[in-house]
Design a protein around this ligand. Structure first.
Ligand SMILES: Cc1ncc(COP(=O)(O)O)c(C=O)c1O
Length: 460
């Protein structure tokens, strides 16, 4: 967006705030869009312009914005106990109740929780946990981890080093590379030409085996994977892929960390996706976002009885944060879970997810839409310069951003990630809102395509 006359708020922001993923040149030129209010899926900027938020905040506003009940629960807890430490041997009622609730909802024997401040810190906490537990089991050398290309696991030093997404590795930053390894993603749209899905899956499984052999199983603590690789491009794996990757890990004593920061709390129609959608039982699940639907910053690293048993004894677990088990954040998460259950928003996500996928699929006739993919309430279009060869647009075309700008003009927010436009709306979305997304996105893509043709950009 281009704001020629910045308001005083936008000007203050531009002068003083460093945003996550700032692109300095365009930020200094354009400033930021100031969002002032939200209700359900609708946002209003400070000038009163209305937008339908198909992004769901940032994969997180699962129950929708502006809920009185959430404000009441947060306010009441802030008044009753606005903070209390959970270090060593203290707790508070919302933290204890939420830990119990998560143990009830998480699959299998995942009955223990370390609270964090968000998704990155949940992944960071898992990274520390897997090394610690391997050591308590006598495997001091198991300090390496394996993750995948096109993954995003957060923005702390460790979680950013575990992730490997196009464009994230700014050369000015340092990353841990000696002990963190990556294998290919199950990126079906760009798998080798002529290969079947089954053969591609076999290839990925064999590649993990080969990576383990190369590094040495005795050095590897864990494998980290998002069930659906979200920010890395909504990469939906073949049905049996995750289970087979998990089996390989099992065989080699490698712990499986499922990063469900996006996929948990209803986005795929279940509390968690690992078991209910993909049929594997991770040792650890990292969650955040939908845990409070974004009303409060909170994450949870949920781990197994087997891990807990290995931790026990005369030792200190020196990991955690001032705000671990924050009473107000935990009260928000408890109320959010109550609302998700009471309104059957998991069922709604299942039903509306199918409507959403069908609506997005109608865009595949457009000449620059190379792939439409997703599952339930996660969706994405991949724009390409040539549909038959899948040739990408040149970076400077910035196609995803052009389309999101054209959609924004029409009152729709979709997220540009490189050549992609990504969506993850609130689970309360209606059929008419889904229809609006599909129609508006179509109009935006047509407008951008016409502009490209006028500018002489060659399209296949
Ligand atoms: C899969 C995944 N893991 C971790 C994170 C990091 O979460 P946060 O930004 O809350 O630290 C994200 C954020 O988008 C994510 O998508």
């Amino acid at each position: 967006m281009t704001l020629t006359n910045l308001s005083s708020i936008a000007a203050m922001d531009r002068a003083h705030a460093l945003h996550p993923w700032t692109h300095f040149e365009s930020f200094e030129r354009d400033g930021a869009l100031v969002i002032s209010r939200g209700k359900g899926l609708t946002l209003w900027d400070e000038a009163g312009r209305e937008y339908l938020d198909a992004v769901g905040g940032l994969w997180c506003t699962n129950i929708g914005l502006g809920r009185q009940e959430m404000a009441d629960a947060i306010g009441a807890q802030a008044l009753k106990l606005g903070f209390s430490s959970t270090f060593v041997d203290m707790t508070n009622d919302p933290a204890a109740l939420l830990a119990g609730k998560l143990a009830e909802l998480a699959p299998g024997d995942l009955n223990h929780v370390q609270f964090t401040t968000g998704g990155s810190t949940a992944v960071d906490a898992a990274y520390r946990m897997v090394q610690f537990v391997q050591a308590t089991r006598g495997f001091m050398g198991r300090t390496h981890v394996i993750a995948r290309e096109h993954s995003y696991h957060g923005s702390t030093y460790a979680s950013m080093s575990i992730g490997m997404r196009n464009g994230d590795r700014a050369p000015e930053f340092g990353y841990e590379t000696a002990t963190i390894h990556h294998v290919d993603a199950p990126y079906l749209y760009r798998m080798p030409e002529g290969m079947s899905v089954a053969a591609f899956t076999d290839h990925l499984i064999a590649q993990l085996e080969a990576k383990i052999a190369e590094v040495g199983a005795e050095k590897i603590a864990a494998f980290f994977a998002e069930p659906i690789q979200a920010s890395g491009g909504v990469i939906v794996p073949p049905e049996d892929y995750l289970r087979r990757m998990w089996e390989v890990c099992q065989r080699h004593g490698i712990l499986f960390v499922a990063d469900e920061v996006v996929t948990a709390f209803g986005r795929l129609g279940h509390w968690f996706a690992s078991w209910d959608v993909y049929g594997f039982q991770p040792d650890i699940i990292c969650s955040a976002k939908g845990l409070s639907s974004g009303y409060q910053p909170i994450g949870a690293m949920i781990f197994s009885d087997a891990i807990w048993d290995s931790l026990r004894g005369d030792r200190w677990y020196t990991s955690g944060f001032t705000y671990s088990g924050h009473p107000v954040a935990c009260a928000a998460a408890l109320k959010n879970i109550e609302i998700l259950a009471r309104e059957d928003l998991l069922g709604a996500a299942t039903r509306m997810g199918d409507v959403f996928q069908k609506a997005l699929a109608t865009l595949s006739d457009l000449p620059i839409v190379g792939d439409v993919r997703g599952k339930k309430l996660i969706g994405c279009i991949e724009n390409v310069a040539d549909k038959s060869t899948k040739e990408p647009f040149a970076d400077e075309v910035d196609i995803g951003k052009r389309i999101s700008d054209a959609a924004e003009k029409r009152g729709l927010l979709v997220r540009p990630i490189g050549p992609l436009n990504v969506m993850s709306p609130a689970l309360t979305i209606s059929e008419s809102q889904i229809a609006f997304i599909a129609e508006t996105l179509r109009a935006a893509i047509v407008e951008v395509t016409d502009g490209l043709v006028r500018d002489g950009v060659s399209l296949g």
